[in-house]
Design a protein around this ligand. Structure first.
Ligand SMILES: C[S@@+](CC[C@H](N)C(=O)[O-])C[C@H]1O[C@@H](n2cnc3c(N)ncnc32)[C@H](O)[C@@H]1O
Length: 149
């Protein structure tokens, strides 16, 4: 395999997990900055042409994992791989953010759900290719329907 190393860190307004919106209808509109380390800055060439980015990052403040999770959006248990639980065998987070601006090694982004200081593993352009009518939202659609009745 390989040994992951951070390419940068997130500067986030969230210092504690409790501050991050969760559950059905939660909106992630907070702005933050992804600071890329000098060794990797060249890798940002042309990134500003993309409106949205995938950010892969580390749940660095979680210990251990559980193969079953009860997400804040439901009161039922689901397999960890059917959720976005932080407590997973490989503690890797994936967030789609809007790129607001790039200033040299800093990416100002909107839509973060990471804690301040979170290590970033990778960044890729977000290119959505799945038509809406083909998307199925699994247990989440059912939980949303129950919440609305
Ligand atoms: C439900 S996870 C989803 C993260 C990402 N969007 C994903 O799908 O992989 C988001 C939660 O992870 C937790 N979190 C954020 N940053 C973290 C970090 N650095 N270490 C551990 N937990 C973190 C917070 O509780 C936050 O509400």
């Amino acid at each position: 395999m390989f040994t992951p190393r951070p390419i940068g860190f997130v500067r986030s307004p969230y210092k504690r997990a409790a501050e991050i919106p969760k559950g059905i209808g939660a909106k992630h509109t907070a702005e933050g900055v992804i600071e890329i380390l000098p060794d990797f800055q060249t890798g940002l060439k042309d990134v500003e042409g993309f409106s949205h980015l995938f950010v892969l990052w580390v749940f660095d403040r979680v210990e251990g994992f559980s193969l079953l999770a009860t997400p804040p959006s439901d009161n039922r248990q689901h397999g960890v791989f059917a959720t976005r639980s932080p407590r997973r065998p490989n503690p890797i987070g994936l967030t789609v953010v809007e790129l607001v601006a790039r200033l040299e090694s800093q990416l100002r982004v909107r839509g973060i759900d990471m804690l301040d200081g979170t290590p970033v593993l990778d960044i890729k352009p977000y290119l959505s290719s799945v038509p809406n009518q083909l998307l199925r939202r699994g247990w989440l659609a059912e939980a949303e329907a129950r919440a609305n009745t």
